[in-house]
Every structure is written in structure tokens, then in C-alpha cells.
Design a protein around this ligand. Structure first.
Ligand code: KIV
Length: 262
């Protein structure tokens, strides 16, 4: 088993797993100092490409961004989202996951559950491709945002789904927007770590979309905490630059190339 994955599994019930998304090298380099897992999420569809959902992001986009992220990641486990339609059956999934792993040099792939694709996970794992599962609100399969696992029946169904994903061989599982009692129950029951987003503090770790927690994306549902307002900071710098350009105080002598190597 990949050493980094072993390390992730060992943290269950010991220390919380820290995870964030990245789509490019410079951000990934900063995250890598602090995160256990860095995810190249298909959320790039909304965040980077301004698309209304994640459905049309292509494999080539995901691979290209992962190649950039890979350059900034040395320590964290690098996980890549398989885009919608790229894991329709085991053969298609294997072909695409192998391509992602080979070209981008990532450590694992993530696939969203539709409560039916357990065999796909099983066959990927059999082909030595580490898989992270994803249940609850799964944007590739559900268009309407809703908290999951609220009723007893829903909660039972989610627990069963999580257990089948673990049985299929996944090394961890994202719980997205799952009611806290239900997330707690799943986390207690599984031996693999759960990574929550909008699913309470009871998960083994947390993930957020980096642009959301930095205050860059403009998407701030209740479960997102803005840890900084980077939009405002960037605007402040851009305003300063604009003023200096207009006043002709930038570039100053300090910023002029004078023919020497500097
Ligand atoms: O695409 C993504 O960024 C994700 C996280 C929200 C878990 O799947």
C-alpha cells in the first residue's frame, strides 16, 4: 500500500485530517505545508471556469490542472476527481483512472457514489488504483442542493452506502452536506476515515473548496467559513497599483531595468 495512504488511514481516531482543494501550483505549494490531502476537485468547473455545475468539465482539464498542482505537492496525498461520465462502467473507469494517474502522477482518484457504482470502486482498487468515495450531496448526480440523511430511513441508507464503499476497498470517503448525527454514525461505524464538508465536526477530517474559505469565490453557504477576505485584499493591492500607474509613480527608479543583470 502507498505509504501516504497508510499514513492517512493511521490518523483515524488519532488526529484530524486536513484537506483542501487546489487547481494550480502556487496555491498547492502553500497548502502542501499544512494539508494531509489535496484534492483537484471538479469544483474547478464552477470556481475556475464559471460553469453552472460540474457536469461538463473534461478529463483533459482535470489532468492539466493536476499537472500544475503536482509541481507544488511533495508531502500531501494528491487526489483527483474523476469527472462525470468518465467512470460509467468498470472498463471506462479503469482506462480513464489509469490515464489520470499516469499523466498527472497523482496518488488516488475520487469518484462520486450513485449508490450503485460499488463494483467500479472494487475493480479500480483491484487494478491498484486507490479510490476515495463521496456520498451525501453528490453534485455529479444530484442537481438540487439538500441536506442529506435527515430522516431515519435516509440516514440508514447513507450508512449502508458508506459501508459498501468501504467494502469495495476505498481508502476514505467524503461526506458532503450530511446531517451531523448521521455523519457521526457513519464515522463511528467505518474503519476508513471520513472527510466532511458541511457534515459537522464528527468526521475524521474536513475539506473545503480553497477559493471559498479564502473569500475569493463569492460562494458562501452556511458550512463555509471565510477564514480571510482575500477578494478585499486583492482589490486593495489593485487599487494601489492603479493609483501609482496613473500618478506615474510606478515604475519608480527601483523597478527600472538598467542594463545590468538584476
Ligand atoms: O469538487 C470538489 O471540490 C469536491 C469537494 C467539495 C469535496 O468534491
Amino acid at each position: 500500500m502507498n505509504k501516504k495512504i497508510k499514513k492517512i488511514l493511521n490518523k483515524k481516531n488519532r488526529s484530524k485530517l486536513v484537506s483542501l482543494t487546489a487547481y494550480s501550483k502556487n496555491i498547492a505549494k502553500i497548502l502542501d505545508k499544512h494539508c494531509d490531502i489535496i484534492l483537484v476537485g471538479d469544483s474547478m468547473a464552477n470556481v475556475l471556469y464559471g460553469l453552472k455545475n460540474t457536469h461538463t468539465i473534461e478529463l483533459k482539464n482535470i489532468i492539466q490542472h493536476t499537472q500544475s498542482v503536482r509541481q507544488g505537492v511533495k508531502n500531501a496525498l494528491l487526489v483527483v476527481d474523476m469527472p462525470k461520465g468518465t467512470y460509467k462502467n468498470s472498463n471506462i473507469a479503469k482506462r480513464n483512472a489509469k490515464k489520470i494517474m499516469k499523466v498527472s502522477k497523482c496518488d488516488a482518484v475520487k469518484i462520486e457514489s450513485n449508490n450503485k457504482n460499488f463494483n467500479i470502486i472494487k475493480n479500480l482498487v483491484k487494478a491498484k488504483i486507490p479510490v476515495m468515495g463521496h456520498i451525501g450531496f453528490t453534485p455529479q448526480f444530484s442537481s438540487k442542493f439538500k441536506v442529506q440523511g435527515v430522516t431515519k430511513a435516509e440516514s440508514k441508507k447513507l450508512l449502508n452506502e458508506a459501508m459498501l464503499i468501504e467494502k469495495a476497498g476505498a481508502f476514505s470517503i467524503v461526506l458532503e452536506c450530511i446531517e451531523s448525527k448521521s455523519a457521526k454514525k457513519i464515522t463511528k461505524r467505518l474503519t476508513i476515515p471520513t472527510i466532511g464538508i458541511g457534515s459537522s465536526k464528527y468526521c475524521d477530517g474536513q475539506i473545503l473548496v480553497t477559493d471559498d474559505m479564502l473569500g475569493l469565490s463569492g460562494f458562501y453557504p452556511k458550512f463555509v467559513k471565510k477564514f480571510i477576505n482575500l477578494s478585499a485584499l486583492i482589490e486593495k493591492a489593485v487599487k494601489k497599483y492603479t493609483t501609482e500607474v496613473k500618478l506615474n509613480s510606478f515604475p519608480s527608479k527601483k523597478n527600472i531595468l538598467n542594463g545590468t543583470r538584476n
